[in-house]
Design a protein around this ligand. Structure first.
Ligand code: SF4
Length: 156
C-alpha cells in the first residue's frame, strides 16, 4: 500500500475467490475485504467515494491525506451480482456471462457463418438478457464442487 501511495498507483485488493476448480480455495482462507480496509484505514484514514461508473466492482475510498485512492473487491463477503455487467469473450470465441460459469456460448460460429453485425448484436443482447448468473450470491458448501471454468481460460 505504501508503494502504491508513493508511486501514484491505485491499488485494488480482491478477496481470494474460488475461480475454477484447481486453486484449492477454502472459505476459511479468505481475508474479508473489510478486514483489509480496516487495516489500511488504521494507518492511512480512508473516506468512501462513489463508484467511477455503473457496475464498478471495487468499493472505492480516497485517502484522507490526499494521497490518491484504493479499492476493495468484496466478491465473497459482499457479492455484487445484481449490478454485474461483465461478459468475457475467450480466444476461441465463446461468450461467458459469469466468471464462475461452466461453459460459454459460441459466438465464433455465428461470425464464421457470415452473420452481419445486427445479427451478432441481437445474439449478444439475447444471451445477456436471459442470463441468471449470481454465483457469488449462491456460493456455499453446495457450490464448492460445481464445475467452473478456469480464470486462465477466460483470460482474467
Ligand atoms: S459471480 Fe458471476 S454474476 Fe456474480 S458478479 Fe461475479 S461474474 Fe458477475
Amino acid at each position: 500500500m505504501e508503494y502504491a501511495r508513493s508511486n501514484g498507483h491505485v491499488m485494488r485488493f480482491i478477496e481470494y475467490m474460488d475461480v475454477g476448480n484447481t486453486n484449492g480455495w477454502l472459505l476459511d482462507q479468505v481475508v474479508p475485504a473489510r478486514e483489509i480496509r480496516d487495516a489500511v484505514s488504521a494507518r492511512w484514514p480512508l473516506v468512501p467515494i462513489d463508484p467511477g461508473y455503473p457496475g464498478e466492482v471495487a468499493r472505492r475510498y480516497r485517502f484522507a491525506d490526499g494521497a490518491g485512492e484504493v479499492g476493495f473487491v468484496t466478491s465473497v463477503t459482499e457479492p455484487f451480482c445484481g449490478s454485474c455487467s461483465r461478459a468475457r469473450l475467450t480466444v476461441v470465441g465463446e461468450l461467458y456471462t459469469c466468471l464462475f460459469a461452466a461453459g460459454g456460448r459460441d459466438v465464433k460460429a455465428l461470425l464464421r457463418d457470415g452473420h452481419d453485425d445486427a445479427a451478432v448484436r441481437e445474439f449478444l443482447a439475447g444471451v445477456w438478457h436471459q442470463r441468471t448468473d449470481r454465483y457469488s450470491e449462491l456460493r456455499s458448501a453446495g457450490t464448492h464442487d460445481l464445475h467452473r471454468v478456469e480464470m486462465s481460460y477466460l483470460g482474467g
